[in-house]
Write a protein that binds this ligand. Sequence first.
Ligand code: DLL
Length: 433
Amino acid sequence: MGNYHHPEIETMPRADIEALQSARLVEAVERVYNTVPAYRKKMEALGVEPRHIKGIEDLHLLPFITKDDLREEYPYGFLGAPLDDVVRIQSTSGTTGRRVVAFYTQADIDLWEDCCARAIVAAGGTKKDVVQVSYGYGLFTGAAGIAGGAHKMGAMTLPMSSGNTDRQLQFMADLEATIIACTPSYAAYLAESIHEKGMRDQIKLKAGIFGAEAWTEEMRHDIEQSLGIKAYDIYGLTELSGPGVSFECEEQAGMHINEDHFIPEIIDPKTGEVLPKGSKGELVFTAVTKHAFPLLRYRTKDITQLNYEPCACGRTHVRMHKPMGRSDDMMIVKGVNVFPSQIETVLMNQGYPANYQIIVTRVKTSDNIEVQVEMTPEMFSDSLTEVSKKEKELVGALKSMLGIYCDVRLVAPKSITRSEGKAQRVIDKRNLY
Ligand code: DLL
């Protein structure tokens, strides 16, 4: 049995959790139906009215929301509260085209930070701890959520943001940080740098809270060994507020979903059918308490499975397995969400043929993405200087689309293998799942 931030909620008997979810769902459906015309239209198309939803057993009657829906209604179409009540936005990483803007009232921020506070306490955090927040600050939700959560449970935060590793290590040592929160790949990089600088003895870390991208058990083991800490997984997505939708406890055996706010379902990604308890499939969430961005049945595209077995930590909230893949082709590279279609758009806009390949690798702890593109026959006769100029132009265009640096290699016409079925555009050599 560990410590809890909200013991009465985190250890609530299942029957009570479900009753709470049902009551909140009924209220949320009524509210969303009356405030979000885009969702009302979807409900009308299925002939569903708020009176049909009497509890969580009726959840399956409601229409889904996808990232594409949010994109179509960008920016305000899914706003569920008066703009006057909105105090903040956050946004997904990725492009202008694919960006999702999430809105928050002050109450939405409070509940999000509460979820993160639960995660920090579950990782052994107390108000005596010093939490180094090395997720990116800004539009990304990572730092805002974890820092807010740490403030709620009373720890001191070091708002480092990501990058500037020397400064990170200096603060970590001088201010004796005990908990570090960042992406697992950055944690591995920090660990490596600590060893290179011979600083291991000056580091007082005991726990890490890592998420925002896929990471394996092997990676967990390596980080735990090299830093001498316990590494906890945390999951979330911008659309549902950010980190803290679910988090690991000391058992490190699945992430407890904050079910008083987020109702999970597992569906067949092809048919949309709800799958029986324990099945592997696409995770769908209904956010019942958020007002400014109140998503019902949002398809995360993350593939996972739910575990309703009681947990030794005493928490009664269901656990999700760490994501085991995605039902779409989104990749997370250097912490940024990348869709192959974005890369293709850049190539097409610049006059290249649709013969390309994207190769993602991880060298030590840092991701690398290389785009190989066939030249047109006309370009092929260009001088080497001309070709390298064209490569630089593409690097620039990709950077402004994706926000990250990609290597570009222009290759001879017809040199990329043609496929007879679906083209294999992406070769991800990182073995993340
Ligand atoms: O990554 C929120 C977050 C910040 C979570 C900090 C944890 C820590 P987005 O940028 O919207 O939000 O990306 C959401 O990232 O659908 C998953 O595919 C992936 N993801 C998030 N956490 C994990 C994790 C944040 N622990 C997308 N393991 C999600 C694997 C994760 N994948």
